[in-house]
Structures are given as C-alpha cells and as structure tokens.
Design a protein around this ligand. Structure first.
Ligand SMILES: [Zn+2]
Length: 415
C-alpha cells in the first residue's frame, strides 16, 4: 500500500514538472511551435558555451538531481521522436540570445528573465529616431508624395504616437511595429541601446539621421562658412530640417566653445548635416608654413573629434585660397564652390536670392555664410524653392559619394 502510493507520487512528479516548465518561459515558444522546448531556471549564463548548438536542451532547477533525470529522459525521448531541438544560445552584451532558427529570438538576462521593451522605455530621442526612420523608409520605398506627407504630418507636426507600438530585437536592430501605421521600422541598436537602457554588445555610435538620396534626381549642396553663430545657424538648421534637407557647415575653430558651439554642432550633425574645417583663424593658408597651415586646418577637426567623436572629411580654405603645397599637406580635400551667393557683400535677402536663382544648376555647391541674419532669411525662401523643383539638398560628402568623387582628390567645387 505504502509502496504503491509512493510510486504514484513519483509518477506524478515529472508530469507536474513538465507542466511547470511549459507554463514558464518556454510556454511562449510552445504555442508558436510544435516542438517542445524547455527553458528552466538553471544558470543559462554559466552553461551557455557548453550547451551551444546541442540538439536538445532541457534546463532544470539547480541541484535537483531528480529533475535532472526527468529532464534528460524527456529530451532523449523527444529526440528519438525526431523532434528538432537545434538552437543557438550565445552571449550578447549583458544578455544571452536564444535562437531557434525560426525568426523569433529571445534574449535572457543574467536572471534568465526575458528581455522586454515597451513604450515606457522609449524616450524622446528614440521617438525622434523612429520618426526619422519612418520618413527615410517612406522615401526609399518610392511611395508617392501623399504617403510621405502623411508620415511627415503624423510624425512631425503632431507627435508620434507610439503607445500601440510593439518592440523586439531583430538582428542588429530594434524592430518597431507601428500598429497604427501598419508599418515596421528597424532602428540600429548601436544608436538606441544606450537610450533604452540595454546592452546587447553593440558599440554605441553617435546617432545620425538616415538619409536616402535618389540618384535620378538633381542635388544641391548648400554650404555655410565662418560660423557657427548660434542665433543665425539655428534658423538655417531649422529651415533645413523643416524641408528634410541638409547642408555642409565649414566652421571656424576660434568660434568653438566646448560648452556652447560644440554641443550645438552635435545636434546639427544628428539632423544629418555635415561639418568641415574652415581653419582655426581664417588666415590665407598659402602664406603660411606647411606646419602652420596643417595646424590651422586641424584644430577645428580635433575640437569636434574630442567634443563628440566626430570625424571630419572636408575642409574649405579661407578665401578659397589653396595651392599645391596646401593641397599636399591637407588630409582633407579642399571644398570650393561654383555659385557664390555674395551674401557677405549684399547682406540683403532679395539680392542673395537673385544671385542664387540666376546661377544654380544641378549638382552645384553654393557658398553662404551662417553669420548674417539676411542669409538665414534668404535661405528660408531658397530651400523650399529648390525642394519644389525636385532638388535634393545634400551634404558635400553625399554629393561626392553619389558622383563617385574620391576624397583623395585635392579639391572639389561641384558638378
Ligand atoms: Zn570664410
């Protein structure tokens, strides 16, 4: 009698264990798939390497040898039934990824808790990225203008509503399923990891707005020298952002204060704008020794690199003055221009507009200065004028890449 009762109890234990395990983490997976997987509580981290790529895996409460036996039996039986248990479990930053090779991947933290991301983790910076990527995807997919405008209206004019979004990890991306839009976007984890407070092992990178350039449409590179002068540069940057355009700013080193202009420049770079060196103190480089000329070019470049890790790729010599000696010592191509707005001379919005409209053609580089309010006023009309004509406002580097211009070229002035 006693014996029989004990045996009965013993027989119930594995069943209970199976049920418990199924209700747990593996339960989610169980409903998605015919194959049964068991994820228990034993240190996945400790055993990650050991268990990697095994064809069957059962985890069980640590130190419970009875449970271990049961688990092994279950595993063996299922394997004999040709059940597929292939999976990959590998370290990802502070997490382990459980990959069953069926698209869905799970990330477990050190306590074997499933990584979950919801709208509470999405701060304003990530919201901005989501809206940037929405616009980018809309453009890239070649959807009609109405589609793009709808996204712009929803994402910029109103605030992006992300309360109904679903978040998951998909490769190197945070997948955002915007159920209200019936649209998915993918944000690179290298940009969002630190914002949502997780570490999946990707090196954090400075966010840069995604840009799509249609190779079949004309480009225009607006360039602004002698700044930043925050009151004016802010206005120009706002107009650019409003029309989804970008520009290249050649800054003067002597204007760069670590707590003012440098963080300001960082925000412009995040909008997709480019910064190049306009030297430290606006001297004519052809009058300087090689060492002095190189130093003049490099000080602003180093300021931005030290400030927020920015790597410049271009410079503009003051007065456009360069010679073969300057070309040889500079690590960057000298970027000149083929349209001069003469804003420094007229300081009059109408005169500036007339000067630009009468000269600009496809793939030109236009010279402005972001230190005059009259320039900011003129640009407020010039930018929509060219956007309406189908021009894409690009950085000089973007133009060079689309046109296949080599960065080793000593200088470039458009087209
Ligand atoms: Zn200048």
């Amino acid at each position: 009698m006693h014996k029989k009762k004990r045996r009965l109890r013993k027989g119930l234990l594995p069943v209970l264990l199976i049920l418990l395990l199924l209700i747990g983490g593996a339960g989610i997976y169980f409903f998605l798939n015919f194959n049964i997987h068991f994820i228990g509580v034993k240190s996945i981290h400790e055993n990650a390497e050991k268990f990697n790529n095994k064809n069957c895996l059962v985890f069980y409460p640590a130190g419970n040898s009875y449970a271990e036996d049961v688990a092994k039996t279950i595993c063996m039986n299922n394997t004999q039934d040709n059940a597929i248990y292939d999976y990959v479990l590998k370290p990802y930053g502070d997490y382990y990824m459980v990959d069953y090779g069926l698209g869905e991947k799970y990330f477990l933290d050190k306590d074997n808790k499933l990584l979950s991301i919801d709208s509470a983790d999405i701060n304003d910076n990530v919201k901005k990225m989501i809206s940037d990527y929405l616009r980018y995807e809309a453009k890239k997919s070649g959807n009609d203008e109405a589609f793009t405008v709808a996204f712009m209206e929803k994402t910029y004019v109103n605030n992006l509503d992300i309360t109904n979004a679903r978040y998951s990890i998909d490769g190197e991306y945070l997948k955002v399923e915007l159920t209200d839009f019936d649209y998915d976007i993918h944000l690179p984890l290298k940009y969002v990891q630190s914002e949502i407070g997780i570490n999946l092992g990707y090196e954090n990178e400075l966010y840069k707005k995604p840009r799509y350039i249609d190779p079949d449409r004309p480009m225009l590179a607006l360039t602004f020298d002698d700044g930043p002068y925050i009151p004016v540069t802010t206005k120009i940057a706002a107009t650019l952002a409003y029309y989804d355009g970008v520009a290249t700013f050649f800054c003067l080193g002597e204007r760069l204060r670590p707590d003012e202009e440098i963080p300001f420049i960082k925000t412009l770079v995040e909008q997709g704008n480019e910064y190049g060196s306009h030297t430290q103190s606006h001297l004519n480089l052809t009058n300087l020794s090689s060492e002095a000329a190189l130093e003049e070019i490099m000080i602003p470049a180093n300021d931005l690199k030290n400030g927020f890790g920015y790597e410049m790729r271009l410079y503009r010599p003051p007065y456009g003055a360069h010679d073969s000696n300057v070309d040889n010592i500079s690590p960057y191509p000298a970027i000149l221009w083929n349209v001069d707005s003469e804003d420094w001379k007229s300081r009059n919005p109408d005169a500036i507009k007339e000067q630009v409209y009468s000269q600009v053609d496809e793939n030109d580089i236009v010279l402005f200065h972001d230190i005059y309010d009259s320039t900011a006023q003129a640009v407020k009309d010039i930018i929509p004028y060219y956007v309406d004509k189908g021009y894409q406002l690009v950085t000089v580097s973007e133009m060079m890449e689309v046109l296949g211009i080599d960065y080793n070229k000593p200088y470039f002035s458009g087209r």
